[in-house]
Design a protein around this ligand. Structure first.
Ligand code: KG4
Ligand code: ZN
Length: 335
């Protein structure tokens, strides 16, 4: 029997300060401190985000260690998000991971945040796991990407957004409605009381496996501006539900197209927007209608978290793929 591997993982790419401890593929603790300072600005303010990470990183590390009951001297490696993300935010996690690696004399493992979102599906729980090769749809606040995944170490981009990400479509539309950032979860909950087919919004015509959401944003803005405040507030549930339905159908259509082109029926949907309850429900229908099996990580592993960095590190540790202290953070880290 192989020895157990204890992993300390740090994620600070955007506005969540998160630290997780894993024993192999099992999450012992996954502490996420979501920064509230950005809410009133309608989006993440990079300078404030890095200051918050700097303030929170030590308490979050301490809490994660305490919850896991793992001692520092039990750790086999330390993993961190190298990119993509906001540089000032990444630097906080990167610097801490490097100092821990030096002080404990354990390997440093650098992780691509987008790989981590995808591999979060392999965190041990009772759910069925996808078989390789599969296609991953990563839908977050910064990305909307279709990725061919041949193994836990082999990723190839098939398509991505030409402008806004799916999460931005939620957040920017929410801002137009006066909702605080991030608006995605709020639109999700308001939509539960609405009719998703009441209003029709623009769906883009984008070739191949790319996406576009900026036309929808403009269309939505015009719709809100062309109607009275009374009309909007009276129909807010149906407006949110119809907007959400449009975004979700754009994603579902691309999944079906990607499945046909690549003859793959295994799909993993990950990233913050995969927390959307309407999307999850529409995905579950794909099995019957198109013979497509979809796998979505648990809610707590959908939005940014360090457990997903830890599971990615597990696969790299097994193959002794270690980073260097001289590795810089990379804001636009390619897939
Ligand atoms: O993956 P994530 O936590 O951070 C990034 O790497 O961007 O994704 C955050 C995005 C935000 O745009 C947020 O509005 C969206 O995920 N989001 C949702 C839901 N929960 C989070 N969008 C729609 N419905 C949700 N329930
Ligand atoms: Zn993310």
């Amino acid at each position: 029997m192989e020895d157990d591997i204890y992993i300390l993982a740090i994620e600070t790419s955007c506005d969540d300060t998160s630290v997780a401890i894993l024993k192999n593929k099992v999450v012992l603790s996954n502490i996420v401190s979501s920064q509230k300072v950005h809410e009133i600005f309608g989006g993440v303010v990079p300078e404030l985000a890095s200051r918050e990470h700097d303030r929170l990183i030590i308490p979050v590390i301490k809490e994660s260690l305490k919850k896991s009951k793992v001692k520092l001297n039990q750790l086999h490696c330390v993993a961190y998000t190298r990119g993509p993300g906001l540089l000032g935010s990444l630097l906080v996690g990167t610097s801490f991971a490097k100092s821990i690696s030096i002080s404990l004399d354990i390997p440093l493992i650098e992780i691509n945040h987008m790989h981590a979102h995808i591999l979060s599906i392999f965190i041990e729980d009772n759910n069925t796991k996808p078989k390789f090769p599969f296609i991953a749809l990563t839908v977050s606040g910064g990305h909307t990407q279709l990725v061919l995944v041949k193994s836990a170490l082999d990723f190839k981009e098939l398509g991505s957004t030409l402008d806004d990400a799916a999460g931005e479509a939620f957040d920017k539309s929410g801002k137009i409605l006066g909702l605080d950032y991030p608006a995605g979860p709020k639109i999700d909950s308001i939509s539960k009381k609405g009719n998703p087919k009441k209003f029709i919004f623009t769906k883009p015509r984008v070739d191949n496996l790319n996406f576009s959401f900026s036309g929808l944003k403009t269309n939505f803005k015009n719709f809100i501006n062309n109607n009275s405040k009374e009309f909007v507030s009276k129909n807010i549930n149906d407006i949110c539900a119809s907007l959400q339905d449009t975004i979700v159908q754009i994603l579902i259509d691309k999944i079906i197209t990607a499945s046909k082109i690549h003859k793959i029926s295994e799909f993993v949907i990950c990233g913050g927007v995969s927390a959307n309850s309407y999307l999850r429900n529409e995905l579950s229908k794909l099995k019957k209608s198109n013979s497509i099996n979809t796998y979505v990580p648990k809610l707590s592993y959908s939005t940014d978290n360090a457990a997903m960095i830890g599971i990615n590190a597990y696969y790299k540790y097994k193959k002794s793929i270690f980073g260097e202290l001289s590795d810089p953070s990379i804001s636009r880290y390619p897939l």
